[in-house]
Design a protein around this ligand. Sequence first.
Ligand SMILES: NC(=O)c1ccc[n+]([C@@H]2O[C@H](COP(=O)([O-])OP(=O)(O)OC[C@H]3O[C@@H](n4cnc5c(N)ncnc54)[C@H](O)[C@@H]3O)[C@@H](O)[C@H]2O)c1
Ligand SMILES: O=C(O)[C@H](O)[C@H](O)COP(=O)(O)O
Length: 380
Amino acid sequence: MKIIADENMPNAEALFSHLGTVELVNGRALTHDQIKNADVLLVRSVTKVTRDLLEGSSVRFVGSATIGVDHIDLKYLAEANVAFSSAPGCNAEAVADYVFSGLSYLYLTKGLHWLSKKIGVIGYGNVGKSVYERFARMGCQVCVYDPLKMDSGGSVNFVSLTDVLACDVISLHAPLTHSGSYPTKGMLGAEALSQLSAGAAIISAGRGGVIDEQALIERHAQLNGDLHLVLDVWDDEPNINQALVSIVDIATPHIAGYSKQGREKGTWMVYQALCQYLKLNTPGISSKDAMSDGWLSAIRVRAGGSQEEMLARSIHAIYDVARDDARLRFKYRENKENNVFDWLRKHYIERDELNTCFMGADISIAHNFLGAAGFSVNNK
Ligand SMILES: NC(=O)c1ccc[n+]([C@@H]2O[C@H](COP(=O)([O-])OP(=O)(O)OC[C@H]3O[C@@H](n4cnc5c(N)ncnc54)[C@H](O)[C@@H]3O)[C@@H](O)[C@H]2O)c1
Ligand SMILES: O=C(O)[C@H](O)[C@H](O)COP(=O)(O)O
């Protein structure tokens, strides 16, 4: 069996090579010729899996080690009877970590007291739910807009789009969709952005294209720059809008989900799906076996100061989003790479999830708070 896999899929050779020959390729530049004799195609979000790529090939199974599936022509795959599996939720915790690292950055650099603000989450899927629940557990006033889940009931505070846009902090986790009852392409356009108040913060870690970038630049100017922006995803990646980069607080190259563990889990989930498709007993590699431990296994916090400060210092000990922003700005200025955006993603500096680190604290209130924010906590 011939398996073509994106070179940015960690552990691909280790996991898949007992099933066949694994060839690693640059996913962004993949051509029909490269895959025509393959049986299995394993991709990440940079490969457009379309009729043009697949038709006439021997590929029978496509796996995407990602949450988002907007790069896959699912309709064509179904028509052509090609099996498909993605990795729902694989990096949801990594994205939630990114959100809190971004907020911590805004607190430390601009004094944004986000804990006492009104928080709105857009999209209540694997990522949005994790983000929402962390805010809720921390005692924040949080609501969520997800028109497709509004009726699911429970204690979740679902609100309208207008209400979510009235919040002080908006965390965006909707997929990119072009059709259906609630398409998200351009959802945050001029009209929606006009509803943002001065001093609001937007964190965008879903997909580029959900925000109209020109409208965002104009709204930022109208508010005299009084809009905090943390952007991980962009329209037209990898050719990102440098005018927008120049006005945002944090600009990162679509790496919100790039924790070591999240990426490993993505490969592992696709591996499980392929074994199932092939009707093989999955060898005893549990998700735990397939995922690395973190560098810092435990930290003890001396409680004191504000909760925002304690959290910011703790989160940034594991992952400080500013390092990715600094690297992006430096590499674009230096401009030595052919494709800076993809280079940054390929050479991403390893980062762990907050949940890989056990947090201890002198007082239980601090301990519980750190647990609510996503750290592992023991009962001591
Ligand atoms: N930046 C990154 O590295 C990164 C990492 C992981 C996922 N993502 C993106 O984040 C998106 C969300 O991830 P997820 O795991 O929560 O996906 P998911 O499929 O579990 O959930 C998506 C949610 O969005 C909701 N939704 C759909 N249309 C909406 C609309 N018009 N308004 C509000 N909500 C809407 C859906 O009902 C669903 O609940 C993915 O589609 C992916 O594109 C980005
Ligand atoms: O949808 C996802 O899971 C993420 O956007 C994914 O982590 C992006 O990384 P890529 O697949 O482009 O390497």
